[in-house]
Design a protein around this ligand. Sequence first.
Ligand SMILES: Cc1cc2nc3c(=O)[nH]c(=O)nc-3n(C[C@H](O)[C@H](O)[C@H](O)COP(=O)(O)O)c2cc1C
Length: 324
Amino acid sequence: MGKTIETDVKMVDLSTNIGGVVIKNPVMTASGTFGYGEEMSPYIDLSTFGAIIVKGISLKPRKGNPAPRIVETPSGLINAIGLQNVGLDAFVDEKLPLLKDCGSPVIVNIFGETIDEYCLLAEKLGHVDGIAGIELNISCPNVKKGGMEFGRQPEDAYRLVRAVKHSAKLPIITKLSPNVGDIREMASSVEEAGSDAVSLINTITAMSIDIEKRRPRLFNVIGGLSGPAIRPIAVRMVWEAAGAVDIPVIGIGGIMTYEDAIEFIIAGACAVQIGTANFIDPTIGLKVLKGIKTYLKSHSIQRLSDIIGCIRGQIYTLHKNSNL
Ligand SMILES: Cc1cc2nc3c(=O)[nH]c(=O)nc-3n(C[C@H](O)[C@H](O)[C@H](O)COP(=O)(O)O)c2cc1C
């Protein structure tokens, strides 16, 4: 019986396009929550994923912030890792060899402190074999603008994406920050700048205080909230962004189950990334993928693409027919 269901659900078409890259299924890992793949490979077959997005890479290695760097909250985490990473050269020499033959496309999440740093990274990665695309983390302080994040103002994001697009041969996914006034403006400006897709959301700025010590719980004082607490905000932002742009939208934020993933897809996401949930269950990607397959099959939906953003027309009709 179990075997029949497995064979049947294999017939569902799960492939999806994330900005020029067609991936076999919509389940991806979120940057910073799956290391460079090798850490998770004892627990999950790396070929499971539509794509693996690695921890954010900078030109030079970074140690990140001093501890404490992670705090648990009732329904999520606040992290202030400080973008610790091995740097571009060590990534290419030591981490990529395992990843590039793992059976899932590899997307490299990058960040810099200046536009030139982003461009140099993107250009160098364009000459490396085994990389399917670049995800631009624009939630980083721009040192030339006094530490103001690139992802806060549409004009700054536009300039950055345009410059990187010029330097990169690879498809670009711009990862949007939720810490902005209007996510639709941000999505539109990076689309106009040439981004091939957008992913959202990154973490939401947050803080936690130890009342006994009367001190912030994080060394950095402020960190980024992730996990189930942010999911409804992320779904709303994916819905808004998908309504504002024509490029693919990738949904991220608090996905713990296949139902959560389907919610993002119905809101307009063509793929999803799983983040914090990997820390609780490193096999979560496979469970979410199997759940999506079974959901489609049990609702007689043959292609994932049939439900991407499917409520948009419905809501329009509902509103048109209401007397409100
Ligand atoms: C410990 C940790 C490290 C992260 N590091 C990165 C990073 O290097 N680059 C990036 O773009 N996002 C990073 N993120 C953000 C996640 O990729 C994701 O956007 C966010 O956690 C929301 O998804 P989630 O609720 O499923 O975790 C990090 C998140 C966590 C929890």
